[in-house]
Write a protein that binds this ligand. Structure first.
Ligand SMILES: [Zn+2]
Length: 242
C-alpha cells in the first residue's frame, strides 16, 4: 500500500490508486479509519509498524465492502483493539439489510458483506472517540458517519464525498470514477450530509477515494452546487413523466 502523509497526524494508505483507509495519530497510538478491501490487513499493520505506533482502535465510516473488507483479518490479528461503527450500519455487518420504517424506502446499493467481528462501540452523532468527533452523514449508506479531527478541523468523510475523478458529493456520477455513485443509497440525504460537512468549515477533506484536499471548502461548495443541479434536473424529468 502506498502511504501518503498529509499532515503530522494523518496518514493515507492507498491500495492501487482508488481505495483509501487512514491512520490517525492520537495520544495513545493510531486510530485506523476504515479497513480497505479484503486482503489488506498485513499491509495496514506493516504501515502502522513502520510509522512507529500501534493501532489502538478501529473506526468505520460505513459498512461497504471496500471499507470493512479487512475488518475480520485485522480483528483476528488485533483481538483487543476496539472496533466502532454507527449503530445503524452495524446491523449490515450481521447481514440484516432491512430498512427502518422511518427511512426512505429505496433499495440499498453497493456490497455489504457479513463480518464475524462484533463492534465493541456503537457510534452516534456527537460522540467523541480519541480526538475525533462523530458526524452523522447518512445518504451514501443509511448509517454513514464522518469524523472531525477536533485538533485541526480536518474531516475524514468516508464516501460522503469523493475526490477521485473530480471532487463530488456521494451520488454524483463522475465518469472517471463512478463507483461511489453506483453505491449510493439516497442522493437527497447525501446532499444534506455534504452541506453539513461544509458547514463545519473543514481545514482538509480526506475521502475514501482520491487524494486528501487541503483548504477544501470552495471545491466542496462547487460539488454541492453540481449535485443540486443534477437533482433538480432529475426532479424535472420525473414531473414530466408524471
Ligand atoms: Zn461506500
Amino acid at each position: 500500500m502506498k502511504v501518503t502523509s498529509t499532515n503530522k497526524n494523518l496518514f493515507q494508505l492507498t491500495r492501487f490508486v482508488d481505495f483509501n483507509c487512514f491512520l490517525l495519530r492520537d495520544d495513545d497510538g493510531f486510530t485506523l479509519i476504515d479497513t480497505n478491501m479484503g486482503g489488506q490487513a498485513q499491509s495496514i499493520m506493516q504501515a502502522a509498524n513502520k510509522l512507529g505506533l500501534p493501532i489502538v482502535r478501529i473506526v468505520l465510516t460505513h459498512a461497504h465492502v471496500d471499507h470493512v473488507g479487512s475488518l475480520d483479518d485485522l480483528h483476528e490479528a488485533l483481538p483487543d483493539v476496539p472496533v466502532a461503527i454507527s449503530e445503524r450500519d452495524a446491523r449490515f455487518l450481521t447481514g440484516d439489510k432491512s430498512l427502518d420504517p422511518s427511512e426512505p424506502q429505496v433499495p440499498l446499493r453497493g456490497g455489504y458483506p457479513i463480518c464475524k467481528t462484533e463492534p465493541t462501540t456503537l457510534l452516534h452523532e456527537g460522540d467523541r472517540i480519541g480526538s475525533l468527533e462523530v458526524i452523522a452523514t447518512p445518504g451514501h449508506t443509511p448509517g454513514h458517519i464522518s469524523f472531525l479531527d477536533t485538533r485541526d478541523r480536518s474531516i475524514i468523510a468516508g464516501d460522503a464525498y469523493q475526490t477521485q475523478g473530480g471532487v463530488a458529493v456521494a451520488g454524483t456520477f463522475e465518469i472517471l470514477f463512478p463507483l461511489p455513485a453506483f453505491a449510493t443509497w439516497h442522493k437527497g440525504l447525501a446532499l444534506e450530509s455534504a452541506r453539513k460537512l461544509l458547514s463545519l468549515q473543514p481545514s482538509a477533506l480526506a475521502a475514501g477515494h482520491g487524494r486528501v484536499l487541503k483548504h477544501p471548502q470552495a471545491e466542496m461548495q462547487h460539488a454541492i452546487h453540481v449535485m443540486e443541479q443534477s437533482l433538480s434536473k432529475e426532479e424535472r424529468k420525473q414531473s414530466h413523466v408524471a
